[in-house]
Each structure stands twice: as C-alpha cells, then as structure tokens.
Ligand binder design. Structure first.
Ligand SMILES: Nc1nc2c(ncn2[C@@H]2O[C@H](COP(=O)(O)OP(=O)(O)OP(=O)(O)O)[C@@H](O)[C@H]2O)c(=O)[nH]1
Length: 341
C-alpha cells in the first residue's frame, strides 16, 4: 500500500544518520614549530579550542560528517563520561549554574542556524526507535532490527515554508533516572516527545512521572512536550483511548498526538509539530514574554537582587504544575493542535 502518508519524510532534501563512533577519528594536531607555539599562545583559549575542534582531517568520501554541535554517539558518550579529556570536552558553565551541555556559543548557533533538537523519551518497546527510523527515512521494522543502528538523525525539512535542521535523538534510557545520560538529554533537547504505546496502560500511567522529571530538570523553561500515543494501528489491542491521551495532555499542559510508526501515520505531523512548538516558544522569548534560555546570547541579565528560598521553591513548583484552572482549560482545548501554544 502506498499512501500519501507513506511518503511522509521521503520528500525532504537531506538525511544524515549521525554519530557513528567509527566516523570520529582522532585529530592529529601535528608537531607545532616554536613560531606556531607563540602564535597559539597569543590567541584566546576559546579560539584555540574552536580551532582544535576544526582542525580534524577532512571526512573520507562517503562518510557523513558529524556536526560540531552534536553530542557524540550514545555508546561513545558513556565511554567518554568515564574519562573526559578537558581540552576535548571543555566544561561550559552556564550563567544559571546548570549543567547545560551546550556552551553559549553553541546555543547561539542553534538559534541562528535554525537547528531544532528533539528527544524521544519513554518506556522500552513503545516504538521510539521505529519513530526515529521513520524520520531517518528507514522503513518498517528496519530501524529496530539494526543492531548497531544510529541513534541520532539529522534532516533538513521544510516547515511552514521555512527550511530547518531537525535532529532527532533516540538515546533516552528510561531506567537511568537522575543519571548522566538523562541529564544530558534534558539539557540538550529543545523539545521532548514522551512516547507511550496505546496498547499498554501500565506504560501510559508512567507518563506523568516522566513529564515531571523533564520539567524538574529544566525548571526555568516552558519545555515543549508532546505526548505521543504510538501503535495506533493496533486497534484490537488498544488499552488507552484517544480521549484519555488528550485528557492527560490537557491536565499536564502539553500536546498530544497519536501515531503509527509502523504505518507512518501522523509521523510527519509529529516532527513538524515539534518544530512548530519550539518555534512558538522561541518567538515568544524574543517578543519578551518568555524568559530566554540562560545560555542564549540574549540570555537574562543577572538578577539584581537575590531571590528568597521560598520564592525559588514557589517558582520551581509553578514550573511543575500549571498555575490555575483557566490555564488548564486554555491548554486542554488545543492539546491536539501542534501548531499553537
Ligand atoms: N504495530 C506497530 N508496531 C510498532 C509500532 N512502532 C513500533 N512497533 C514495534 O514495537 C517494537 C518495539 O519498537 P522499538 O522502536 O524498538 O521500541 P523502543 O521504544 O525504541 O524500545 P527500546 O529500544 O527498548 O527503548 C518493534 O517490534 C516495532 O516494530 C507501531 O506503530 N505499530
């Protein structure tokens, strides 16, 4: 069967499967001459680091280039987490003191270049990899079967007549609560897709917990979160209705969509919707209604007065739950429309 939906992501201009650990090679820096040493010392450390990063060998023909702003592949990250080389992986302290893994320079690039980073989050077996595969241009069960498949995909896609770079990460480890990897996901993602299977009520009941964890990890931001009821094609084994999914999304003040990664149903709407949700918040940030990301170039000025502990606690809680009933109603009415806030 070939429907319009089958062509979901096929029409896009470029697909790059990223993060093959083999594609990242050590950068031979060469042996600097004394003159070169002096020149190097005169430069600012940031510039030096940037140059070190750029000084790698040109990619071999046919090998996709990994973007500088990309995290290294999941497995590689785990190895690196145990022994981080300071020059290669400089810690980037954000003004808020959070462990934001993107330096301010990179955050600036993210905004300027129209790069949108989306994290797939959820229990095991709900279809995250299959969804990522549909985005990456893989068909059916293919993504799942590939033992060493890539877990990050980057594509240039058109959303509302504007070309953007969308990066989808399938690196979430549900059992890693509070771990380094989840923290990394939290700090890297611009939007989060909490995937559950409509055939699994137990998994559905864990969605609020996952959402609270996401919001607790980025308490100062209005995170774009979409609840994704996947496997909607499995009508006979359905345990969670469309209404229940929408109701939960309304209650938790996030968006909702049902997909079938197997049939490519609504997958395009999902990824485009994620881009729109990020855009809407970025637009609001620039308009002054939303606090910009602390690491953004036009980030918030340092507070003139220190906030009291009670105020801080209140703000933290306010970020976990919507403020009032009116807010609830406004959000719940449009939770299925991914093109509005
Ligand atoms: N019928 C149907 N099956 C699906 C759908 N999406 C995924 N599956 C199947 O569900 C199984 C699990 O899918 P995965 O994509 O591996 O799930 P996952 O969430 O990535 O699982 P982990 O890698 O363990 O976290 C696979 O057999 C998929 O083929 C869907 O929309 N419909």
């Amino acid at each position: 069967m070939h429907t319009d939906l089958d062509t979901d992501m096929d029409m896009d201009t470029e697909t790059v499967a990223l993060c093959s650990s083999s594609s990242r090679q050590a950068s031979p820096l060469g042996t600097p001459t004394p003159e070169a040493d002096t020149t190097l010392l005169k430069q600012k450390p940031e510039k030096l680091l940037a140059e070190l990063d750029l000084s790698g060998p040109p990619p071999a023909p046919g090998v996709p280039r990994r973007r500088g702003s990309m995290p290294v592949p999941y497995k590689h990250q785990l190895r690196r987490a145990q022994a981080v080389d300071e020059l290669d992986w400089p810690p980037q302290a954000s003004p808020s003191g959070s462990s934001d893994s993107l330096g301010s320079g990179e955050a600036a690039l993210t905004q300027k270049d129209g790069v949108f980073k989306v994290m797939l989050v959820g229990e095991s077996g709900v279809g995250k990899s299959t969804l990522a595969g549909t985005f990456g241009g893989l068909q059916g069960d293919h993504a799942h079967e590939m033992e060493n498949s890539e877990d990050t995909y980057e594509r240039r896609i058109m959303v509302d007549k504007e070309e953007v770079t969308l990066i989808v990460y399938d690196i979430w480890e549900q059992g890693d609560a509070g771990g380094w990897l989840q923290d990394h996901c939290l700090q890297t993602g611009d939007a989060f897709l909490i995937v559950f299977s409509v055939t699994d009520r137990r998994g559905f009941s864990k969605v609020p917990e996952t959402l609270l964890r996401l919001r607790a990890g980025r308490p100062h931001h209005d995170l774009p979160v979409i609840l994704v009821g996947n496997k909607s094609d499995l009508a006979r084994s359905r345990e969670v209705s469309l209404e229940e999914g929408r109701h939960l999304a309304g209650t938790l003040s996030c968006k909702h969509i049902e997909t079938s990664a197997a049939l490519h149903h609504n997958t395009r709407e999902l990824f485009e919707g994620a881009v729109r949700q990020i855009r809407l918040r970025r637009g609001r940030g620039h308009a002054g209604g939303q606090r910009p990301e602390p690491s953004s170039p036009d980030g918030p000025a340092p507070p003139t007065r220190r906030e009291s502990l009670t105020k801080k606690a209140k703000r933290f809680l306010a970020n976990l739950v919507p403020r009032n009933a009116k807010f609830f109603k406004q959000r719940s009415r449009s939770c299925h429309d991914l093109s509005v806030l």
